[in-house]
Design a protein around this ligand. Structure first.
Ligand SMILES: NC(=O)c1ccc[n+]([C@@H]2O[C@H](COP(=O)([O-])OP(=O)(O)OC[C@H]3O[C@@H](n4cnc5c(N)ncnc54)[C@H](O)[C@@H]3O)[C@@H](O)[C@H]2O)c1
Length: 346
Protein backbone atom coordinates (compact mmCIF):
# COMPACT_ATOMS: atom_id res chain seq x y z
CA UNK A 1 0.00 0.00 0.00
CA UNK A 2 1.24 3.47 -0.81
CA UNK A 3 0.92 6.06 1.91
CA UNK A 4 -1.25 9.08 1.21
CA UNK A 5 1.64 11.40 0.51
CA UNK A 6 3.44 9.13 -1.94
CA UNK A 7 4.74 11.18 -4.80
CA UNK A 8 3.30 9.69 -7.92
CA UNK A 9 4.88 11.18 -10.99
CA UNK A 10 3.70 11.32 -14.54
CA UNK A 11 6.92 9.56 -15.45
CA UNK A 12 5.72 6.47 -13.66
CA UNK A 13 2.62 6.49 -15.83
CA UNK A 14 4.53 7.07 -19.03
CA UNK A 15 6.85 4.20 -18.23
CA UNK A 16 4.03 1.80 -17.46
CA UNK A 17 4.08 -0.36 -20.58
CA UNK A 18 0.47 -1.41 -20.10
CA UNK A 19 -0.97 2.08 -20.13
CA UNK A 20 -2.75 2.65 -23.44
CA UNK A 21 -1.38 5.62 -25.31
CA UNK A 22 -4.87 6.98 -25.90
CA UNK A 23 -5.68 7.38 -22.19
CA UNK A 24 -5.99 11.08 -21.35
CA UNK A 25 -3.57 12.64 -18.91
CA UNK A 26 -5.23 12.58 -15.44
CA UNK A 27 -4.45 16.31 -15.14
CA UNK A 28 -6.17 17.00 -18.45
CA UNK A 29 -9.59 15.62 -17.49
CA UNK A 30 -12.34 18.12 -18.30
CA UNK A 31 -15.56 16.11 -18.25
CA UNK A 32 -16.61 13.70 -15.52
CA UNK A 33 -19.66 11.44 -15.80
CA UNK A 34 -21.50 10.59 -12.60
CA UNK A 35 -23.76 7.55 -12.91
CA UNK A 36 -26.21 7.35 -10.00
CA UNK A 37 -26.86 10.63 -8.24
CA UNK A 38 -28.16 9.89 -4.74
CA UNK A 39 -26.38 10.79 -1.50
CA UNK A 40 -22.92 9.79 -2.74
CA UNK A 41 -23.29 10.36 -6.49
CA UNK A 42 -24.77 13.80 -5.79
CA UNK A 43 -21.91 14.52 -3.40
CA UNK A 44 -19.41 13.57 -6.10
CA UNK A 45 -21.21 15.86 -8.56
CA UNK A 46 -20.90 18.77 -6.11
CA UNK A 47 -17.22 18.00 -5.55
CA UNK A 48 -16.31 17.78 -9.24
CA UNK A 49 -18.28 20.96 -10.04
CA UNK A 50 -16.48 22.84 -7.26
CA UNK A 51 -13.15 21.70 -8.71
CA UNK A 52 -14.10 23.22 -12.06
CA UNK A 53 -15.02 20.12 -14.05
CA UNK A 54 -17.91 19.82 -16.45
CA UNK A 55 -20.17 17.12 -15.00
CA UNK A 56 -22.67 14.99 -16.87
CA UNK A 57 -24.99 13.01 -14.60
CA UNK A 58 -27.47 10.23 -15.18
CA UNK A 59 -29.81 8.60 -12.65
CA UNK A 60 -32.92 6.61 -13.60
CA UNK A 61 -35.12 8.03 -10.78
CA UNK A 62 -37.85 10.40 -11.96
CA UNK A 63 -37.03 13.08 -9.42
CA UNK A 64 -33.26 12.61 -9.75
CA UNK A 65 -32.50 15.94 -11.45
CA UNK A 66 -34.48 17.94 -8.91
CA UNK A 67 -32.84 16.12 -5.96
CA UNK A 68 -29.41 16.49 -7.50
CA UNK A 69 -29.70 20.20 -8.20
CA UNK A 70 -31.08 20.66 -4.66
CA UNK A 71 -28.06 18.83 -3.20
CA UNK A 72 -25.61 20.91 -5.25
CA UNK A 73 -27.35 24.17 -4.26
CA UNK A 74 -27.27 23.15 -0.58
CA UNK A 75 -23.56 22.28 -0.75
CA UNK A 76 -22.48 25.29 -2.80
CA UNK A 77 -22.15 27.86 0.04
CA UNK A 78 -19.81 25.51 1.96
CA UNK A 79 -17.85 24.79 -1.21
CA UNK A 80 -17.61 28.49 -1.98
CA UNK A 81 -16.35 29.09 1.55
CA UNK A 82 -13.66 26.46 1.03
CA UNK A 83 -12.62 28.02 -2.27
CA UNK A 84 -13.81 27.10 -5.74
CA UNK A 85 -11.56 26.27 -8.69
CA UNK A 86 -11.44 28.86 -11.45
CA UNK A 87 -14.57 28.71 -13.60
CA UNK A 88 -16.38 26.38 -11.19
CA UNK A 89 -20.12 26.71 -11.43
CA UNK A 90 -23.28 24.66 -10.86
CA UNK A 91 -24.15 25.68 -14.46
CA UNK A 92 -21.52 23.24 -15.68
CA UNK A 93 -23.79 20.35 -14.66
CA UNK A 94 -25.92 18.62 -17.29
CA UNK A 95 -28.37 15.93 -16.33
CA UNK A 96 -29.05 13.66 -19.28
CA UNK A 97 -31.70 11.08 -20.14
CA UNK A 98 -29.57 8.04 -20.88
CA UNK A 99 -26.53 6.29 -19.53
CA UNK A 100 -24.95 6.21 -23.00
CA UNK A 101 -25.30 9.98 -23.34
CA UNK A 102 -23.79 10.52 -19.88
CA UNK A 103 -20.59 8.63 -20.56
CA UNK A 104 -20.18 9.32 -24.32
CA UNK A 105 -17.79 12.28 -23.90
CA UNK A 106 -16.49 11.52 -20.42
CA UNK A 107 -12.80 11.59 -19.51
CA UNK A 108 -13.61 9.70 -16.29
CA UNK A 109 -16.70 7.91 -14.94
CA UNK A 110 -17.75 7.65 -11.27
CA UNK A 111 -20.47 5.05 -10.63
CA UNK A 112 -22.57 5.50 -7.44
CA UNK A 113 -25.61 3.26 -7.97
CA UNK A 114 -27.32 1.31 -5.16
CA UNK A 115 -25.17 -1.20 -3.30
CA UNK A 116 -26.54 -4.37 -4.90
CA UNK A 117 -24.11 -6.74 -6.57
CA UNK A 118 -26.27 -7.60 -9.58
CA UNK A 119 -26.92 -3.89 -10.20
CA UNK A 120 -23.19 -3.08 -10.03
CA UNK A 121 -22.24 -6.00 -12.32
CA UNK A 122 -24.79 -5.06 -14.99
CA UNK A 123 -24.22 -1.33 -14.75
CA UNK A 124 -20.41 -1.52 -14.92
CA UNK A 125 -20.72 -3.74 -18.02
CA UNK A 126 -23.08 -1.19 -19.59
CA UNK A 127 -20.82 1.74 -18.74
CA UNK A 128 -17.85 -0.17 -20.11
CA UNK A 129 -19.70 -0.81 -23.37
CA UNK A 130 -20.69 2.87 -23.77
CA UNK A 131 -17.70 4.85 -22.48
CA UNK A 132 -14.75 5.80 -24.71
CA UNK A 133 -12.26 2.98 -24.86
CA UNK A 134 -9.49 4.11 -22.50
CA UNK A 135 -11.54 6.03 -19.97
CA UNK A 136 -11.16 4.81 -16.39
CA UNK A 137 -14.39 3.87 -14.60
CA UNK A 138 -14.52 3.95 -10.79
CA UNK A 139 -17.18 2.49 -8.50
CA UNK A 140 -18.09 4.13 -5.17
CA UNK A 141 -18.97 0.74 -3.67
CA UNK A 142 -18.44 0.47 0.05
CA UNK A 143 -18.66 -3.30 0.20
CA UNK A 144 -17.99 -5.22 -3.02
CA UNK A 145 -14.64 -6.07 -4.47
CA UNK A 146 -13.97 -5.03 -8.05
CA UNK A 147 -13.09 -8.67 -8.75
CA UNK A 148 -16.73 -9.65 -8.17
CA UNK A 149 -18.19 -6.58 -9.93
CA UNK A 150 -16.13 -6.61 -13.15
CA UNK A 151 -17.11 -10.10 -14.32
CA UNK A 152 -19.39 -9.04 -17.20
CA UNK A 153 -17.39 -6.10 -18.52
CA UNK A 154 -15.67 -6.52 -21.88
CA UNK A 155 -12.76 -4.29 -20.78
CA UNK A 156 -12.47 -5.02 -17.04
CA UNK A 157 -8.90 -3.72 -17.03
CA UNK A 158 -10.10 -0.10 -16.76
CA UNK A 159 -12.49 -0.68 -13.82
CA UNK A 160 -11.41 0.34 -10.31
CA UNK A 161 -12.96 1.02 -6.92
CA UNK A 162 -12.83 4.68 -5.84
CA UNK A 163 -14.36 4.51 -2.38
CA UNK A 164 -15.33 7.91 -0.95
CA UNK A 165 -16.52 9.03 2.47
CA UNK A 166 -19.74 10.92 2.95
CA UNK A 167 -20.03 13.74 1.97
CA UNK A 168 -17.52 13.40 -0.89
CA UNK A 169 -17.49 17.19 -1.42
CA UNK A 170 -16.05 17.76 2.08
CA UNK A 171 -14.33 14.58 3.30
CA UNK A 172 -11.11 14.22 1.30
CA UNK A 173 -10.40 10.48 1.52
CA UNK A 174 -10.73 8.16 -1.49
CA UNK A 175 -9.51 4.57 -1.30
CA UNK A 176 -8.48 3.24 -4.71
CA UNK A 177 -8.07 -0.45 -5.49
CA UNK A 178 -8.39 -2.66 -8.55
CA UNK A 179 -9.79 -6.14 -9.01
CA UNK A 180 -8.00 -9.21 -10.35
CA UNK A 181 -8.74 -8.16 -13.93
CA UNK A 182 -7.85 -4.47 -13.43
CA UNK A 183 -4.66 -3.23 -15.07
CA UNK A 184 -2.15 -1.51 -12.75
CA UNK A 185 -2.16 1.57 -15.03
CA UNK A 186 -5.88 2.12 -14.33
CA UNK A 187 -5.37 2.08 -10.53
CA UNK A 188 -2.47 4.49 -10.85
CA UNK A 189 -4.35 6.71 -13.29
CA UNK A 190 -7.37 6.91 -10.96
CA UNK A 191 -5.18 7.77 -7.96
CA UNK A 192 -3.47 10.53 -9.89
CA UNK A 193 -6.77 11.87 -11.21
CA UNK A 194 -8.35 11.98 -7.73
CA UNK A 195 -5.29 13.82 -6.39
CA UNK A 196 -5.57 16.33 -9.23
CA UNK A 197 -9.25 16.67 -8.26
CA UNK A 198 -8.26 17.61 -4.70
CA UNK A 199 -8.77 14.32 -2.87
CA UNK A 200 -6.50 12.54 -0.34
CA UNK A 201 -5.85 9.18 -1.94
CA UNK A 202 -4.85 5.81 -0.56
CA UNK A 203 -3.85 3.35 -3.26
CA UNK A 204 -4.30 -0.19 -2.00
CA UNK A 205 -2.34 -3.02 -3.58
CA UNK A 206 -4.87 -5.68 -2.59
CA UNK A 207 -8.62 -5.96 -2.13
CA UNK A 208 -9.69 -5.80 1.50
CA UNK A 209 -13.37 -5.97 2.54
CA UNK A 210 -14.37 -2.58 3.95
CA UNK A 211 -11.11 -1.06 2.68
CA UNK A 212 -9.14 0.72 5.46
CA UNK A 213 -11.22 3.61 6.80
CA UNK A 214 -14.36 1.55 7.30
CA UNK A 215 -12.52 -1.26 9.07
CA UNK A 216 -11.16 1.17 11.65
CA UNK A 217 -14.53 2.87 11.98
CA UNK A 218 -16.35 -0.46 12.31
CA UNK A 219 -14.01 -1.65 15.09
CA UNK A 220 -15.04 1.36 17.19
CA UNK A 221 -18.67 0.85 16.16
CA UNK A 222 -18.70 -2.81 17.26
CA UNK A 223 -17.37 -1.80 20.68
CA UNK A 224 -20.04 0.93 20.95
CA UNK A 225 -22.74 -1.64 20.21
CA UNK A 226 -21.32 -4.02 22.85
CA UNK A 227 -21.40 -1.25 25.48
CA UNK A 228 -25.00 -0.26 24.67
CA UNK A 229 -26.09 -3.90 24.47
CA UNK A 230 -24.66 -4.57 27.96
CA UNK A 231 -26.04 -1.35 29.44
CA UNK A 232 -22.46 -0.23 30.13
CA UNK A 233 -22.65 3.14 28.39
CA UNK A 234 -25.32 5.23 26.73
CA UNK A 235 -25.18 6.47 23.15
CA UNK A 236 -24.69 9.97 24.57
CA UNK A 237 -21.70 8.89 26.68
CA UNK A 238 -20.15 7.02 23.75
CA UNK A 239 -20.50 9.98 21.41
CA UNK A 240 -19.09 12.42 23.98
CA UNK A 241 -16.22 10.04 24.78
CA UNK A 242 -15.29 10.14 21.11
CA UNK A 243 -15.90 13.79 20.18
CA UNK A 244 -14.35 15.22 23.36
CA UNK A 245 -11.59 12.59 23.43
CA UNK A 246 -9.88 10.50 20.74
CA UNK A 247 -12.02 11.85 17.89
CA UNK A 248 -10.55 15.34 18.25
CA UNK A 249 -7.02 14.03 17.82
CA UNK A 250 -7.89 11.63 15.01
CA UNK A 251 -8.78 14.57 12.76
CA UNK A 252 -5.06 15.16 12.23
CA UNK A 253 -2.95 12.39 13.88
CA UNK A 254 -4.25 8.88 13.20
CA UNK A 255 -4.28 6.03 15.73
CA UNK A 256 -0.66 5.02 15.04
CA UNK A 257 0.87 8.47 15.57
CA UNK A 258 -1.47 9.07 18.51
CA UNK A 259 -0.29 5.89 20.26
CA UNK A 260 3.31 6.67 19.30
CA UNK A 261 2.88 9.83 21.37
CA UNK A 262 1.40 7.82 24.24
CA UNK A 263 4.89 6.33 24.56
CA UNK A 264 6.49 9.73 25.24
CA UNK A 265 10.10 9.96 24.11
CA UNK A 266 10.14 6.15 23.82
CA UNK A 267 7.46 6.39 21.14
CA UNK A 268 5.73 3.39 19.60
CA UNK A 269 8.35 0.90 20.83
CA UNK A 270 7.86 1.90 24.45
CA UNK A 271 4.08 2.06 24.05
CA UNK A 272 3.91 -1.50 22.65
CA UNK A 273 6.35 -2.93 25.18
CA UNK A 274 4.55 -1.19 28.03
CA UNK A 275 0.89 -1.50 27.07
CA UNK A 276 1.09 -4.46 24.66
CA UNK A 277 0.09 -7.03 27.31
CA UNK A 278 -3.11 -5.06 28.01
CA UNK A 279 -4.28 -5.94 24.49
CA UNK A 280 -5.16 -9.27 26.10
CA UNK A 281 -6.84 -7.67 29.11
CA UNK A 282 -10.02 -9.45 30.13
CA UNK A 283 -12.21 -6.48 29.17
CA UNK A 284 -11.07 -6.57 25.56
CA UNK A 285 -13.95 -7.93 23.49
CA UNK A 286 -12.49 -7.70 20.02
CA UNK A 287 -9.94 -10.40 19.36
CA UNK A 288 -6.65 -8.65 18.82
CA UNK A 289 -3.82 -10.10 16.78
CA UNK A 290 -0.96 -11.73 18.67
CA UNK A 291 1.59 -9.02 19.46
CA UNK A 292 4.49 -10.93 17.95
CA UNK A 293 7.97 -9.44 17.75
CA UNK A 294 7.40 -9.05 13.99
CA UNK A 295 4.19 -7.06 14.51
CA UNK A 296 5.82 -4.93 17.19
CA UNK A 297 8.78 -4.15 14.96
CA UNK A 298 6.58 -3.45 11.94
CA UNK A 299 4.49 -0.98 13.98
CA UNK A 300 7.61 0.75 15.29
CA UNK A 301 9.24 0.90 11.85
CA UNK A 302 6.13 2.09 9.99
CA UNK A 303 5.21 4.65 12.64
CA UNK A 304 8.77 5.97 12.44
CA UNK A 305 8.13 6.57 8.74
CA UNK A 306 5.02 8.59 9.66
CA UNK A 307 7.03 10.51 12.29
CA UNK A 308 9.50 11.22 9.54
CA UNK A 309 12.25 12.71 11.71
CA UNK A 310 10.04 14.94 13.87
CA UNK A 311 11.11 15.10 17.53
CA UNK A 312 8.62 14.39 20.31
CA UNK A 313 8.65 18.12 21.12
CA UNK A 314 7.85 18.94 17.46
CA UNK A 315 5.01 16.42 17.47
CA UNK A 316 3.58 17.78 20.72
CA UNK A 317 3.68 21.33 19.34
CA UNK A 318 2.02 20.24 16.07
CA UNK A 319 -0.60 18.19 17.89
CA UNK A 320 -1.50 20.97 20.31
CA UNK A 321 -1.74 23.57 17.56
CA UNK A 322 -4.10 21.37 15.58
CA UNK A 323 -6.17 20.45 18.64
CA UNK A 324 -6.63 24.14 19.36
CA UNK A 325 -7.52 24.83 15.71
CA UNK A 326 -10.17 22.08 15.65
CA UNK A 327 -11.58 23.17 19.05
CA UNK A 328 -11.67 26.83 17.96
CA UNK A 329 -13.37 25.95 14.69
CA UNK A 330 -16.02 23.93 16.54
CA UNK A 331 -16.53 26.70 19.11
CA UNK A 332 -16.98 29.20 16.26
CA UNK A 333 -19.67 27.04 14.65
CA UNK A 334 -21.42 26.62 18.05
CA UNK A 335 -21.40 30.41 18.58
CA UNK A 336 -22.68 31.04 15.03
CA UNK A 337 -25.54 28.59 15.55
CA UNK A 338 -26.42 30.19 18.89
CA UNK A 339 -26.51 33.61 17.24
CA UNK A 340 -28.68 32.28 14.40
CA UNK A 341 -31.06 30.61 16.88
CA UNK A 342 -31.30 33.82 18.94
CA UNK A 343 -32.01 35.84 15.79
CA UNK A 344 -34.65 33.35 14.64
CA UNK A 345 -36.31 33.50 18.08
CA UNK A 346 -36.54 37.28 18.01
N1 LIG B 1 -23.98 6.55 1.87
C1 LIG B 1 -22.72 6.44 2.25
O1 LIG B 1 -22.31 6.90 3.34
C2 LIG B 1 -21.71 5.81 1.32
C3 LIG B 1 -20.34 6.02 1.56
C4 LIG B 1 -19.40 5.48 0.66
C5 LIG B 1 -19.83 4.75 -0.45
N2 LIG B 1 -21.17 4.54 -0.65
C6 LIG B 1 -21.57 3.80 -1.84
O2 LIG B 1 -22.08 4.70 -2.81
C7 LIG B 1 -23.04 4.02 -3.64
C8 LIG B 1 -24.34 4.82 -3.66
O3 LIG B 1 -24.86 4.89 -2.34
P1 LIG B 1 -25.82 6.06 -1.86
O4 LIG B 1 -25.72 6.11 -0.38
O5 LIG B 1 -25.56 7.28 -2.67
O6 LIG B 1 -27.26 5.46 -2.27
P2 LIG B 1 -28.59 6.27 -2.68
O7 LIG B 1 -29.69 5.30 -2.52
O8 LIG B 1 -28.64 7.57 -1.96
O9 LIG B 1 -28.37 6.59 -4.22
C9 LIG B 1 -28.40 5.64 -5.23
C10 LIG B 1 -28.88 6.35 -6.49
O10 LIG B 1 -28.74 5.43 -7.57
C11 LIG B 1 -29.87 5.56 -8.40
N3 LIG B 1 -30.03 4.33 -9.15
C12 LIG B 1 -30.92 3.31 -8.97
N4 LIG B 1 -30.71 2.35 -9.89
C13 LIG B 1 -29.69 2.77 -10.67
C14 LIG B 1 -29.04 2.24 -11.79
N5 LIG B 1 -29.36 1.04 -12.29
N6 LIG B 1 -28.07 2.96 -12.37
C15 LIG B 1 -27.68 4.15 -11.89
N7 LIG B 1 -28.26 4.71 -10.81
C16 LIG B 1 -29.25 4.03 -10.21
C17 LIG B 1 -31.01 5.88 -7.47
O11 LIG B 1 -32.08 6.54 -8.18
C18 LIG B 1 -30.33 6.78 -6.44
O12 LIG B 1 -30.43 8.15 -6.80
C19 LIG B 1 -23.19 2.64 -3.05
O13 LIG B 1 -22.36 1.75 -3.76
C20 LIG B 1 -22.69 2.79 -1.62
O14 LIG B 1 -22.19 1.61 -1.07
C21 LIG B 1 -22.11 5.07 0.20
Amino acid sequence: MLPDNTEYTENTLQHDPQRPGAAADPEAVRTVACVGAGVIGGGWVAHFLARGYRVVAWDPAEDAEERLRGLVDAAWPALTGLGLAEGASPDRLSVVATLAEAVADADFVQESAPERLEVKIGLLAEIDAAAPEHVVVASSTSGYSMTEMQVKAARPERLVVGHPFNPPYLVPLVEVVGGEATAPWAVEWAAEFYRAAGKSVITMDRELPGFIGNRIQEAAWREALHMVDNGEATAEQIDLAMTAGPGLRWAFFGPCLTFHMAGGEGGMAHMLDHFGPSLKAPWTRLESPELTAELRDAMVRETDEVVSGRSTADLIAQRDRRLIAVMRALAEVDAEEEREAAEAGR
